[in-house]
Design a protein around this ligand. Structure first.
Ligand SMILES: [Zn+2]
Length: 647
């Protein structure tokens, strides 16, 4: 009940003026538009029949048919707008086409809402008891705006992008009966209960809209399902689809690492909030990349050769499944109260995204280390890269971390030409993870290592073992749980870091020092560090203040206020020559290194269209890459945090 009370407030605030506007503002329409009914905690009568045809791989079109029980009068159908895990209004209404509605073979014309393009108004004739709704989801041929979800070998079906549902009801109280037609010979992974699967047609047990929207499918011509928790208390499987059958060949050691991930998550949280869990993993260069959490599954992609020849090389892909798995506890079970909305069209708010994403980032990386999916050296290098980015980020002069949690609501797909100045969506993941490291090491230090953030994880996420209903929390609940582990001014601790802004604001790096390390900059990296800091060869951001990219050596990532910025460099310049030599990243690295002891500055010739410029840097600092260096004589708390727990 709490969630509906909360959401009722949000509804009143946001849509309070809509009914009046809708009635007066529509004289040019064929009929008056009714208001969009607000979601109520009541069951939608009957079950919505729902069939998806995912066989048109040539056109990349998903076809949808729905049979919706109705009574006569006004009915508003909604296309989902605020999608789970997106934290924003990203529902691709722009890709819905071919919408027709009929009853007993007669068309019923729909009228789109003039204020909310996600809403379709219908006037159902008296005596009609069900309507047939059909439309297409025109999925994308490339990843330019939305990602590719259909290839000749696989489909990633997110049901919430391929359905309409009645307004006026909580999405937990609307029941769908889903089925899907897949291409011949395909198999699938999904966290729903299959009733039958014959001739490519799968039928599932009735499911609430809330869970349907949280239960995507990966289907493909090449598929394998691996039990990674044999004999566990609830089944956990790795479902792999791939561009080619030969890619689906994880080694026993790799499978064992994912089993260790499950064990370490059990030891960390001490409870499970799912009856089954399905990792969905696409090994692909054709389908668009994804890492998206769900309560009982997650959508993930990695390069085609991830298991066969790229496991070591793809550090980022190794950290992905741990992150998404943690979300089952943090984000799905424990849910920020302002994200727990009654349906998929009520606005979410993101004020606690630094917990939802930030602490998930923290535990995801910790579990990556504890499970053996990455080495301690790799995890320390990853942390060094994060720490260096925020130590050198000037954006906190004007913008606090808390403000970046509103960023998603401003739109996902905005370009960000000055990330160090603008800040952005990465900060409530990675900078927030530094805050949680800060908290973890503070608890460890203050309690003589008797307590840690692990105790918080167990107390906060490990309650109500076996329950899956989302358990909302507020900032105050979080502070209380931290105080339960170790009494401290946690509200002040968190607020002073989340709201830090202005010239005196500093990145939250105390956890690194308390963890027994210092951030230093070195002029060369070890092979393991290069696997983590994959852009190192083109990375001059902590020396000259930019990075190089692409075949033309495009200068990018210019650090706001850095040396290149001071020299007047902005977007669009290519590096042509370095000290009279044709430019390459390697030539520039040699020049930066030689300038340490030489007497001459580093001279660059740069080009932007038909304009050329010569820029000189009197810089002697050499190449600089971040590393965490052990502070001898102090406890290695980072090492302890990353060490596998034995119980
Ligand atoms: Zn996440």
């Amino acid at each position: 009940m709490k969630r509906l009370l909360l959401s009722a407030c949000a509804t009143a605030l946001v849509f309070g003026a809509a009914p009046a506007l809708a009635q007066v503002g529509t004289p040019a329409l064929p009929r008056p538009l009714p208001a969009i009914p607000e979601p109520q905690d009541r069951a939608y009568p009957g079950t919505i029949g729902y069939h998806v045809d995912a066989t048109d791989l040539d056109h990349k079109v998903i076809r949808v048919q729905q049979t919706i029980p109705v009574t006569g009068g006004d009915l508003t159908l909604l296309y989902p707008k605020f999608l789970p895990g997106n934290h924003a209004d990203t529902g691709p209404i722009q890709l819905l086409a071919g919408l027709t509605v009929s009853a007993d073979g007669r068309r019923i014309e729909w009228l789109r809402d003039t204020l909310d393009p996600y809403a379709f108004h219908l006037s159902i004739p008296a005596g009609v008891t069900q309507i047939e709704v059909a439309f297409e989801w025109l999925t994308q041929p490339d990843n330019a705006v939305w990602r590719v979800v259909m290839t000749p070998e696989m489909v990633n079906l997110q049901w919430e992008k391929a359905l309409l549902y009645p307004a006026g009801y909580a999405h937990s109280r609307i029941t769908f009966q889903p089925s899907i037609q897949l291409p011949a010979g395909w198999q699938y992974g999904v966290a729903m209960d299959t009733v039958s699967f014959e001739n490519g047609r799968a039928t599932f047990a009735p499911i609430s809209l809330e869970m349907l929207a949280d239960s995507p499918m990966f289907a493909g011509a090449h598929y394998r399902r691996i039990d990674i928790d044999p004999g566990g208390r609830s089944p956990i499987h790795l479902n792999i689809v791939a561009d080619a059958a030969a890619n689906i060949a994880p080694t026993p050691a790799q499978i064992e690492s994912y089993g260790a991930l499950v064990d370490q998550a059990d030891r960390l949280f001490g409870a499970r909030h799912f009856d089954r869990y399905e990792f969905l993993l696409g090994l692909t260069s054709r389908m668009g990349g994804i890492g998206l959490e769900h309560h009982r599954s997650s959508e993930n992609t990695a390069p085609p050769g991830f298991f066969t020849d790229g496991f070591t090389r793809n550090f980022g892909s190794r950290t992905l499944l741990p992150h998404e798995f943690v979300h089952s506890w943090n984000g799905k079970f424990r849910r920020p109260s302002d994200q727990l909305t009654p349906n998929l069209n009520e606005p979410v708010q993101n004020t606690l995204l630094w917990v939802y994403e930030g602490q998930t980032e923290y535990w995801g990386d910790v579990l990556t280390g504890r499970s053996g999916l990455a080495t301690k050296e790799e995890m320390l290098s990853n942390l060094a890269e994060i720490a260096a980015f925020y130590e050198n980020q000037p954006g906190r002069d004007w913008r606090a971390l808390q403000d970046t949690t509103n960023h998603n609501l401003l739109g996902y797909r905005t370009s960000n030409p000055w990330p160090s100045h603008m800040r952005g969506t990465g900060d409530y993941y990675r900078e927030a993870a530094l805050i949680w490291l800060d908290a973890d090491t503070l608890i460890r230090e203050a309690t003589g290592n008797r307590k840690s953030l692990d105790d918080f994880a167990k107390a906060f996420f490990g309650v109500d073992d076996g329950a899956w209903s989302p358990k909302p929390y507020t900032f105050e609940d979080l502070v209380a749980a931290l105080n339960g582990v170790h009494p401290h001014d946690w509200a002040g601790f968190l607020r002073s870091r989340l709201d830090a802004v202005g010239p005196g604001a500093r990145a939250p790096l105390d956890g690194i020092t308390r963890g027994g390390y210092r951030l230093v900059y070195v002029d060369s990296l070890t092979p393991a560090e290069k696997q983590v800091q994959t852009g190192w060869a083109n990375d001059f951001q902590y020396s000259l203040g930019f990075t190089l990219g692409g075949p033309t050596n495009r200068i990018g990532g210019i650090l706001w206020g850095g040396l290149a910025y001071q020299a007047g460099l902005g977007a669009g310049w290519d590096l042509v020559a370095v000290n009279d030599r044709a430019a390459s990243a390697e030539v520039l690295r040699e020049a930066v290194t030689a300038a340490r002891s030489g007497a001459t500055p580093i001279t660059l010739i740069i080009r932007n269209g038909d304009r050329f410029r010569t820029v000189s840097f009197d810089y002697r600092g050499g190449l600089r890459y971040p590393r965490l260096e052990r502070i001898e004589g102090t406890p290695d708390r980072l090492g302890d945090i990353l060490t596998a727990r034995r119980r």
